[in-house]
Design a protein around this ligand. Structure first.
Ligand code: MTE
Ligand code: MO
Length: 224
């Protein structure tokens, strides 16, 4: 556990789960050594389909009042913004259907997300030429990093709804990131800030043995 998480009252069971996940990275658990082909295969190597939707977090599920919620998008951009819930909702809305692939080997097909696209966010804030990476910052102090190119995929969005209902708190509501081309740990729940940066920095799991890119088709589970 990072020092920053010490402030939270994480129960023993969850702590065990977090320790196990770190252990998996050290041991290279679940690796099949195969490569899948996006578009040809539905399931990336080493994954299995689930019909439920498991919940994974650091042991804290922030309870955020939608009317007090705010999102800041700043760093190396021409036009930094802070949106409250109504401003976020008044941005153009998109719907995308995508599959979830979690590094703990479950995949969930056909999730319908609604929210604000990364493409729209980029058109509003206009990253400077020096901005080549970004960091998602969440209310539970979770972080995860992406390249600007990864964030620019057309199916990336900040979602407030899933299957036509507001995103429940345990799955990252009011708003979470959805980055479908990569393992689900890149999809930050309870997002509060997107920071555009010049040099790459590692996020929470990237700092704990997980791959910096996390492409499920190449089975980029761990940094090894
Ligand atoms: N803020 C925050 N986002 C997070 C996490 C987290 O602990 N905190 N866990 C990540 C991991 S490891 C996964 S697999 C998914 C789980 O999302 P779910 O609980 O909605 O399935 O959220 C990702 N985003
Ligand atoms: Mo995960």
């Amino acid at each position: 556990m990072g020092a920053a998480m010490g402030i939270f009252d994480t129960d023993a069971k969850r702590q065990k789960l977090l320790d196990k996940k770190r252990q998996w990275a050290e041991e290279g658990r679940l690796l099949t050594g195969k490569t899948g082909i996006r578009g040809r295969d539905r399931l990336p190597p080493g994954q299995h389909e689930v019909k439920n939707w498991p919940i994974l977090d650091l042991g804290v599920q922030p309870n955020i009042d939608r009317m007090k919620w705010k999102l800041t998008i700043d760093g190396l951009v021409e036009n930094p913004v802070t949106w409250d819930w109504l401003e976020f909702f008044s941005q153009p809305q998109v719907t995308w259907v995508s599959d979830i692939h979690c590094v703990t080997a479950w995949s969930r097909y056909d999730n319908e997300w609604m929210g604000v696209s990364a493409a729209h966010i980029l058109s509003v804030v206009r990253p400077l030429a020096a901005a080549r990476y970004l960091m998602f910052h969440s209310q539970d102090s979770y972080t995860t990093n992406l390249t600007l190119k990864q964030f620019s995929d057309e199916d990336v969005l900040l979602a407030h709804s899933w299957q036509g209902e507001l995103l429940p708190r345990e799955h990252g509501g009011p708003v979470r990131a959805i980055v479908p081309q990569f393992y689900f740990w890149k999809s930050a729940k309870w997002i509060k800030r997107i920071e555009f940066i010049a040099e790459d920095k590692l996020g929470y799991w990237e700092n704990r043995g997980y791959h910096n890119t996390g492409d499920p088709w190449k089975e980029e589970r761990y940094d090894r």
